[in-house]
Design a protein around this ligand. Sequence first.
Ligand SMILES: Nc1nc2c(ncn2[C@@H]2O[C@H](COP(=O)(O)OP(=O)(O)OP(=O)(O)O)[C@@H](O)[C@H]2O)c(=O)[nH]1
Ligand SMILES: [Mg+2]
Length: 258
Amino acid sequence: MCGTCGCGEEDHVTFTKPGENHTHFDHETGHHHSHSHDHQHTHSHEIQLEMDVLSKNNLSAERNRGFMEALNIVSLNMVSSPGSGKTSLLESTIKELNGQKKLYIIEGDQQTMNDADRIHKAGAPVIQVNTGNGCHLDADMVNHALKELRPDSDSLLFIENVGNLVCPSLFDLGESKRVVIISVTEGEDKPIKYPTMFETSQLCVINKTDLLPYVDFDVEKTKQYALQVNPNLQFVELSVKTGEGMYKWIEWLKALLG
Ligand SMILES: Nc1nc2c(ncn2[C@@H]2O[C@H](COP(=O)(O)OP(=O)(O)OP(=O)(O)O)[C@@H](O)[C@H]2O)c(=O)[nH]1
Ligand SMILES: [Mg+2]
């Protein structure tokens, strides 16, 4: 199991491109802990284990960062609670940026090929990482996915993390920027309840604004809460469904790409 966030960890994580058989990544050589788990850890052992897991992840993340910098690949780690609209946003982005930039997608979910199939249909190269019981992607998984995906230089890589507002925030994947998505059905206090995700992101996308007339969600209050935990956070409000505000997201992406 993962000593940092407490999520269960499968011996094998799978990597699958739409229409192909999946490949395995043996965590014995990557993320797996080799010591026995008798569930008698003392508190100090747990802290040590957490530091080991995170420092090992940070080393792998730096390898990913170096690899992508060398190829001039801009990468975005898309994090949110389940169902905020990450895949929907990526489907629309693929259509909006059609032909202007080479896009690649890594999809993280515990199970299913659903999101990879959606992205494949939208027209971008994609690989699905199924994390089993794991509740976040880690840098080794992204490293392996990059080797399978083989992105071209000067491209844009989106990494859709497992839907979870807590654990993915601890794991640097080597990304250029982190984007947190919150939808208006989630409640405006999420940034102060789950501050790490908002602290470690550079952009906050507020999605599903088409639903604002039907829910009690104060956009300005949400921004204030988010700015309390991260005064430098930028915001884009949009509705993937209606397309309202999508141009602001595309402008942000284009500014990032330079
Ligand atoms: N009303 C409305 N619904 C939306 C919008 N964007 C996405 N949805 C819906 O929200 C649901 C979840 O969207 P997804 O794109 O699958 O969300 P996700 O964040 O990728 O979900 P996970 O990968 O499971 O974490 C779907 O039913 C979408 O159609 C939006 O702007 N407005
Ligand atoms: Mg998704």
